[in-house]
Design a protein around this ligand. Sequence first.
Ligand code: ATP
Length: 340
Amino acid sequence: MSLALRCTDLTRSFGNIVAVNQASLTIQKGTVLALLGPSGCGKTTLLRLIAGLDRPHKGSVEIDGAPVETESVHIPPERREVGLVFQDFALFPHLSVEANISFGLPRHSKPSIRVNEVLLQVGLDGLNHRMPHELSGGQQQRVALARALAPNPRLIMLDEPFSNLDPELRGGVRQEVKKVLSDAAATAIIVTHDQEEALSLADEVAVMMHGQIVQQASPATIYRRPATREVAQFVGDINVIEGRGIGRAVVCDLGTISVVDEVTGPVHVLIRPEALQLTPDQGGQATQVGRIFFGRDQMIELEFDSGLRISSRVGPTFTFVPGERVRVQLTGDVLAFPST
Ligand code: ATP
């Protein structure tokens, strides 16, 4: 495998706001990477630096092994061979589907053949002469994707591509986009602040916080082995419990439990709600005090004798009885991070 993109120590400030702060990122060819982070963490600014729409104060960008941005090099956006799909799809409203897609293609290249190819790829063959307003939101999204794919870019970047779609459409369109990108063997960055979207869509996830890439790994690793407490909290529900590290174990309200990495001193123990199994038991350590029922599962709130409150995610058939004691058992890995 070879590298499609390498960003090294990219930094870009606006006045005294450091929007992107020494961000480094690599993507192998053919990989779909989700760039995940909270609003304002610098995702769009990073995309703009990669696309060449803005210049960094420091750092470099290489595409397919060639420098496109360094202190002395700035290859303009139109020569970087990067495709962009924006949140609002940005189709030209007065141009047909075909004209929108062929817009960026060289005139001598028989654009209509390529237009038909990409329309087939995105599942819209035959719709060449429709106008954007005659298409559904999901179809407009696919035209935007077809337009970005048409010139065979080295890298395709999608900035919050699903946020303008109705929630009931979103899940289906996501999976369609994933299939189109994978059939085209495209290298892609999908920007999102939605952790479920990132985990379900991408081969790899890069988590961005405060302008930096804090962790880049597979979706499963990001979820199970988050690099920091902040990442753990951002990619799903988590219980944070005070404890004391004594090597490969910690002492906390749940007892003495094994942890993945060695720790000593005061720690925060991180436990996903689904890792806590409950059995009704008069002699159990905790009391059931609350419930949120979701249908496919439910969150049971528990209180320990110390006053500690944590949540457990259990199946829909668990019977919630307020005030009744439960035995709490841990399954899976437990992470602990120093709290000082
Ligand atoms: P969102 O998910 O809300 O779109 P983001 O992660 O894409 O956010 P950016 O849009 O990159 O974040 O913004 C990062 C920070 O830089 C923010 O504090 C933003 O206000 C600031 N910023 C971005 N562009 C500019 C600009 N042109 N001038 C001044 N500040 C800017």
